[in-house]
Design a protein around this ligand. Sequence first.
Ligand SMILES: *Cc1c(COP(=O)(O)O)cnc(C)c1O
Length: 438
Amino acid sequence: MIYTRKQEKIAQKIGQESTITNWKDWKWQIKHSIKSISTVEKLLGIQLKEEEKEKLKKTLEKFPLSITPYYLSLIDPEDFQNDPVFIQSFPSDKELKIASYDLNDPLAEEKDSPVPGITHRYPDRVLFHISNICSMYCRHCTRKRKVGDVDFIPEKANILKGIEYIKNHPEVRDVLLSGGDPFMLSDEYLDWILSEISAIPHVEVLRIGTRMPVVLPYRITDSLIQVLKKYRPIWINTHFNHPREITTSSKEALNKLADAGIPLGNQTVLLAGVNDCPKIMKSLFQKLVANRVRPYYLYQCDLSEGLEHFRTPVGKGIEILESLIGHTSGFAVPTYVIDAPGGGGKIPLMPNYLVSWGTHKVVLRNYEGVITTYQEPESYEKVFCDRNCDTCHLQLKISEGEENSVIGIEKLLSDHDNAISLTPSDNERIRRRKGKSK
Ligand SMILES: *Cc1c(COP(=O)(O)O)cnc(C)c1O
């Protein structure tokens, strides 16, 4: 177990008698989370200007500060202003700047919430907020509106309402536990929630979104692993944003999870001043893969209030993908997404590789700039699909549950639905039409 000199010094400043055993105890870490600027200064041995601190007071009233001693120990005091960990955890007066297009709940999670705690946006899966608390507050939190709300863990009666909703919706086959951080719950409470959800016959997959391996890796204890191992399959997604966050301790945490047979993914947020650089991203994703973590999503920073200074143009994300696709292992490349404001869900973005298209040929380019062609078949016997699988020669006789009504582009492409266009209902032209027919 690693315990650096720097960590030892920080621990001793927190409490004279602090030992490595305290340091590695996640509850000790949470109990001693740093909540004030003066403590940050004291523990890191840095000094901020008085006027700077004065400016931050207002930010803290709106968006409080909380950093675990472990995460703080990763900050380089020599160059803290540019430190990725510092920028992600220390307040800035820029958070008070609200752009005209900023939204309080940009992903409309509350509008798509049938019961408290559940966001049901996609056909077959739900997001389930089982905790309102985190071990540290990320300055770039998409649920910034909730940061600093009175910390609470929903009681059983409330969790049961969410579970009841899932029970009553047989189409839900994937439940994504999120928060806050689900690993803020005790092992026993988590065990109870997991057992309740996994007992629902139509739930095939459980997912947990947590930042603990990054900000408090000591949370990944052997007893937590014992709980998680009881329920399969559980997929865990974590949230590394910079290679500097990958430490001996975080690797140990990831290793424990992977050894327990838990598939690991990572969601990175593209953040100005932290990781808006192809070199940083490539190193991050390669290190994750080396630790058996599959980069899953790269998020364009949401339109939540107070995040303007973290946002990059979309072009930065595309540029980063250009530097990854083809250049490194395919599974080291995450899907770049914008989570649509208003609740449209995640929309993937990619550089263009399709240069042109004729009747039987496509022109493509590769990552090096090679322009190539792909000859399409001269004849292709289209399989007409009216969803009457009994007459189909394809061996795809899947259960009837699959025959839901189609939506979106899928609907336009199908043979069995007569829709020829998709038009938003809230549209000037459609309103005019409606007005006329009256
Ligand atoms: C991201 C998200 C999911 C999961 O989406 P995947 O693309 O399957 O990872 C589900 N529900 C909500 C509301 C989400 O934001």
